[in-house]
Design a protein around this ligand. Structure first.
Ligand SMILES: [Zn+2]
Length: 540
């Protein structure tokens, strides 16, 4: 057969046929039964006993899916949730003769992540083939980086709950491609155990991933589970601030594996570690590490040995169960990827990217809190409400901190809850909120009308000032118009008017209320009160 033959091959009907790439769900049977060993009856040591007898050593591996528009080595889109096998091409399906090309944006993101983690960026490094067969891996190898990762030797200073800083050393961050997804059908749990068949979706195959690996984390002692959670929390925040990934753990765009081992207090060497895979929430990271510490301690103290294996985390009861025996690097037969040129970022580009690394989110928060003069409690509330960024943007657009905070934390939080969306997804911009605050400040509208204006903006009726104008919502500030209403209201309430005249100025509330009603809430209540008192010849 000659090169080029495939594209011109004639079918029985005599017409030339294009080569077709049609991947439907492939049925795969005969997976190893990874879940066969369950977590049924496992001894756990009391946590304080674990700490008195052993020192935990952690190693965290975090996979981050980059938010690039296209895949790592081809032009296929990466959108989450598309119909299965609609975002595929010969390259990411590993069809013979297809050649990968590196996505520059992914390399840029990898370098920025490395810089944000205080790593050195390699001036020259190759991709490597990691060889293994798995049905969600159509090439039967994964393009990764092995001994020449893009970023090495960094660290991240993690703030613990009590404010103490714990430095986590980063060994490396390297680029690789994601695998496809298997869906196991017919079983009760969605796991492979008990499934009748499995479906494969290759949309995710080839999506750019960065794997960030820490050095062994020692010295955390009883705080090891907290350190693990704090590290992933901090890393997630940094990645979010870099805008390289949406870091959604529940959608798998940030996946965490926790390596845990224990050393007896007098031991010189690390114990055997286990790797708990895909721990998919921040809280679970802490729970999984604590569970493994207690389980391993029970095994070791009973004279047993820890097997180097992967373990599955069970969200329901916070336990882990045995997975597969862990491969070693030798099993993968790594070799330099022959289809790709080495990555050789020049120093000027790296320096340019260094200039794009933002302040760490927690440092930024501390600085802003001090600038705004807010208490820890008030500040924590607005951070927890997810309102910090929109408040900053609103202040930047000219609103006072108080006004911006009050809009976003109170009224707009309520609106976001009603609509079940995040604050930043409400159809009102920080600039528009600042405009409304400006209208209140200038006494063009009062607070009550301001809420109506916000409602109109949320309903898509335009810009705040234009809405006030078009709907005639501006405050009645013309004294002569107000005076007429004040006189009418006093006439209608002669007994109250008499009381006010006799000095019982607290009685003025009723008259002010009537005037506000008459002006459809658009008057400045304080000014109305002044006019009422003046008309009765009294003052505050
Ligand atoms: Zn593709």
């Amino acid at each position: 057969m000659f090169v080029g033959d495939i594209g011109a091959r004639a079918g029985r009907d005599g017409r030339a046929r294009e080569p077709q790439v049609t991947v439907v769900f492939a049925r795969v049977a005969g997976f190893p039964r990874m879940d066969a060993m369950s977590a049924a009856t496992v001894d756990l040591m009391d946590y304080t006993d674990v700490i008195s007898r052993y020192a935990p050593v952690l190693g965290m591996e975090v996979h981050v899916e980059l938010g690039t528009a296209t895949k790592m080595f081809c032009g296929c889109p990466t959108e989450f949730g598309a119909e299965p096998n609609t975002q595929v091409c010969p390259v990411c399906l590993g069809l013979p003769g297809s050649l990968p090309v590196v996505n520059e944006k992914a390399v840029e993101s990898a370098i920025r992540i490395g810089l944000a983690l205080n790593c050195s960026i390699t001036p020259w490094g190759r991709f490597a083939r990691k060889n293994y067969f798995y049905p969600d891996q159509p090439k039967n190898y994964q393009i990764s980086q092995y001994d020449e990762p893009i970023a090495t030797e960094g660290y991240l200073d993690v703030v613990l709950d009590d404010g103490e800083i714990f430095r986590v050393a980063i060994e490396r961050a390297h680029m690789e491609e994601d695998t496809g997804k298997s869906l196991h059908v017919g079983g009760a749990t969605g796991r492979i155990l008990g499934a009748s068949h499995s479906l494969l979706d290759y949309n995710r195959a080839g999506v750019p991933l960065i794997e960030i690996v820490t050095k062994p984390i020692e010295g955390a002692g009883e705080r090891a589970p907290e350190v693990a959670r704090a590290y992933v929390t901090a890393l997630r925040e940094v990645l979010k601030s870099l805008n390289v990934s949406d870091v959604k753990m529940e959608q798998g765009s940030l996946r965490c594996d926790a390596n845990v081992s224990l050393m007896a207090k007098d031991a010189k060497e690390f114990g055997t570690r286990t790797e708990t895979k895909n721990v998919n929430s921040l809280k679970s990271v802490e729970v999984a590490v604590r569970y493994e510490m207690r389980r391993q301690a029970a095994v070791l103290s009973a004279g047993g040995t820890i097997i180097q294996e992967t373990r599955h985390f069970h969200e329901g009861d916070g336990s882990t169960s045995s997975g597969r025996v862990k491969e070693t690097a030798e099993d993968y037969r790594y070799f330099p990827e022959p289809d790709l040129e080495p990555i050789a970022p020049d120093a000027a580009w790296v320096e340019e990217l260094r200039g794009t690394i933002p302040e760490y989110p927690w440092l930024r928060r501390g600085r802003i809190q001090a600038d705004w003069g807010l208490s820890d409690e008030v500040f924590r509330d607005l951070v927890n409400a997810g309102a910090l960024d929109v408040i900053i943007a609103t202040v930047d657009a000219g609103a006072s901190v108080d006004a911006a905070r009050s809009w976003w934390v109170a009224y707009l939080t309520e609106k976001a809850k009603e609509r079940e969306v995040a604050l930043e997804d409400l159809p009102i911009t920080p600039k528009q909120v600042a405009e409304v605050a400006g209208l209140v400040e200038a006494k063009t509208i009062n607070n009550k009308v301001a809420k109506q204006v916000v409602d109109f903006v949320l309903a898509g009726e335009g810009e705040p000032a234009a809405i006030v104008e078009a709907k005639g919502l501006g405050m009645v500030s013309d004294d002569s118009a107000l005076q007429t209403e004040v006189d009418k209201a006093l006439e209608a309430n002669p007994a109250i008017a008499e009381k006010i005249r006799s000095g019982k100025i607290q009685a003025a509330g009723k008259v002010v209320g009537d005037v506000m009603k008459a002006t459809r809430g658009q008057a400045d209540a304080a000014r109305v009160r002044e006019l009422v008192l003046a008309a009765c010849g009294v003052s505050e």
